[in-house]
Design a binder for this molecule. Structure first.
Ligand SMILES: [Zn+2]
Length: 264
């Protein structure tokens, strides 16, 4: 399995992905907003797009579907909760479904929170060294969680983080739906000014263009992403000073961070 990532160079800073089987030269297009670019990429690399997968129903993830579908005949699959909101969905997926194409095996994770129809895709061992690979859409970003302002719910997103992401091993490679890493790291630093890993990664990526951003592991995310660090004393003490009424549960911390990020 090979992952080809393209940055869309748009205001929303989308990443599009082709997941290719090197044996059969078949590919899956994930959220192909840049339809022409993804078609050209598939052609240039010798892949035939056989399937379009949408992580969720937002327009910046589905608007390229018709052009890709017209050119390739590939069907559109998405979570069953999104089937009525995305035109032309041929198969409504649910948690645990296996998407198979050539040697590609992707497990469907149901990950509501950003929207109530969001899915992530997990390859158990599709990385270059056999690592798990996670396509996290707009649920888990580098150094942040997705927002819940357009059809989502922060309580549900917290549950998703605990049930779906917490069990994944540190070596899992992560492919999010947007490049917000620099901005998110700056937010993370406001929450945890004493965390040297945040400053380290700010320095590391400062000179990178969006299309050069590194692919991070979940283990690395766990060193700087506030939403994966709810028990860190510095995060909690700062929140407690700012919101003396705040509850002590992880859920309360998660929701407070999410609402701070909304206003940041
Ligand atoms: Zn979205």
């Amino acid at each position: 399995m090979i992952v080809l990532r393209r940055y869309m160079n748009n205001n929303l800073r989308n990443f599009n992905y082709l997941i290719g089987c090197e044996k059969t030269r078949q590919a899956i297009a994930v959220d192909p907003l840049g339809a022409d670019e993804m078609l050209a990429l598939a052609e240039a690399q010798g892949y035939e797009i056989k399937l379009i997968l949408n992580t969720h129903e937002h327009h910046d993830h589905i608007d390229g579907n018709p052009v890709v579908q017209q050119a390739t005949g590939a069907p559109v699959w998405a979570h069953q909760n999104a089937a009525e909101r995305i035109p032309n969905v041929a198969r409504g997926l649910v948690a645990g479904d296996l998407v198979e194409l050539g040697t590609i095996r992707l497990k469907v994770l149901f990950t509501p929170g950003h929207t109530m129809a969001h899915l992530c895709l997990l390859s158990e061992n599709g990385g270059p060294n056999g690592e798990p690979v996670l396509f996290s859409g707009d649920t888990l970003f580098n150094a942040c969680a997705g927002n819940c302002r357009n059809g989502g719910d922060p309580d549900t997103m917290y549950d998703t983080f605990v049930s779906q992401f917490q069990p994944l091993p540190d070596e899992t490679l992560m492919h999010p739906g947007h490049d917000y890493m620099k901005n998110n790291l700056n937010f993370a630093l406001t929450r945890e000014p004493g965390n040297e890993m945040i400053q380290y990664w700010i320095d590391q990526v400062s000179a990178f263009d969006a299309d050069e951003m590194p692919v991070m592991t979940l283990g690395q995310e766990r060193t700087y992403n506030s939403f994966l660090r709810l028990n860190q004393p510095e995060i909690r003490e700062k929140l407690q000073q700012e919101f003396p009424q705040l509850g002590q549960a992880d859920r309360d911390v998660f929701k407070a961070l999410r609402s701070l990020r909304d206003q940041w």
